[in-house]
Design a protein around this ligand. Structure first.
Ligand code: MRU
Length: 331
């Protein structure tokens, strides 16, 4: 399964706002509508928006447009996932080296895309090693093939563990307000025939209390140097509930999602989205039109609630600040 394609100098995105009801691919030859697609979540998920922005940067180069301007417009699309800025920085560095040559930039974007899939597969294998036999795994939001270059981070762990015959059941939180768990994770699990049960977000604690979940694995949008991390709103509740029930809680991510320039989670910018996402449920009004709404897209989970950080280089355990620094070759 994939959600991002590049062919004949055209970027195609699977419109994730219409899944699972319709599979519609949208084509882009201009970077500006791609920035809109990121903001409106036609494409979403930290690694996926990084890959998409890299290709959009190529569209600007092909059109002979100002690359700094394109970088600024794309960077303004969503604030939390660091992969967006990581990918744009990498493209801008390449542009400096190659004088903005579109073919060289396309090769760089393709490399970012392919490396992301390879990192996900490595994350999957490292993560599968911590999954016990007959595992019942909880996940939140969508950190799957749709959210990455392909295969997924948290869902990559689940895919690899399933391939090893270890997965008894995956519980997918539906993930209000935009239902990435119900619409996207459940879709991926059903397509791959991985045993899946969809639950409303407020059901996870009761399953844990009944002893029906063995571990939780989630994705990440940005991790600070001490292991605090931002992920889809509701991740923090999963971590608190897992801690209370003595259950392992893992976060899976490529190193491109780690931002060592931020010392702890308090420095991670958190996107606030339109109130209509909470007042409505897929276009249907579910609350008074005038009611106040709080709608942060992400929350920050403190590293003290994390059992292990699953990366493409291996699983990192506490003390996280020291061990994450070591991952990047810093003593
Ligand atoms: O708002 P979204 O759908 O972009 O949020 C996505 C998540 O929170 C994912 O868990 C995260 O980006 C990791 S994707 C591998």
């Amino acid at each position: 399964m994939d959600a991002i394609r590049w062919k004949g100098n055209v970027l195609s995105l699977l419109d994730q706002t219409r899944l699972p009801v319709e599979e519609v691919w949208l084509d882009y030859t201009d970077y500006r509508p791609v920035a809109v697609a990121i903001r409106t979540m036609v494409v979403r998920g930290a690694p996926a928006i990084g890959v998409t922005a890299a290709y959009a940067y190529c569209l600007a180069a092909l059109a002979g447009e100002d690359l700094d301007q394109a970088r600024a417009v794309l960077a303004a699309s969503r604030p939390t996932a660091v992969n967006l800025f990581w990918a744009l920085d990498r493209m801008a560095n390449r542009a400096e080296d190659c004088g903005g040559d579109p073919e060289a930039l396309i090769a760089e974007a393709v490399a970012i895309h392919q490396e992301d899939v390879e990192m996900c597969k490595a994350i999957g294998l490292h993560g599968a090693a911590v999954v016990p036999e007959h595992a019942r795994i909880l996940t939140h939001c969508n950190a799957g093939a749709l959210a990455t270059g392909g295969y997924g981070t948290a869902l990559g762990v689940i895919r690899a563990a399933h391939a090893q015959g270890k997965v008894e059941m995956v519980y997918a939180d539906e993930t209000r307000p935009l239902l990435q768990g119900a619409r996207l994770t459940a879709y991926e699990l059903v397509c791959d025939r991985i045993p899946a049960t969809l639950i409303a977000d407020n059901m996870a604690a009761s399953l844990m209390a009944k002893g029906k979940i063995d571990l939780a694995v989630v994705g990440c949008d940005r991790m600070a140097a001490n292991g605090d991390f931002a992920n889809k709103i509701g991740t923090y509740s999963v971590a608190v509930n897992a801690h209370f029930h003595g259950m392992p809680f893992y976060v899976a991510l490529p190193c491109s999602t780690i931002d060592l320039s931020i010392p702890d989670g308090s420095g991670i910018p958190i996107e606030e989205r339109d109130p209509s996402e909470v007042r409505t449920l897929y276009g249907v009004q579910t609350a008074p039109a005038e009611v106040e709404v709080y709608n942060p897209a992400f929350d920050v989970t403190p590293h003290s609630l994390v059992t292990g950080i699953i990366t493409e280089k291996g699983v990192v355990y506490p003390p996280f600040r020291e061990n994450l620094a070591r991952l990047f070759g810093n003593p």
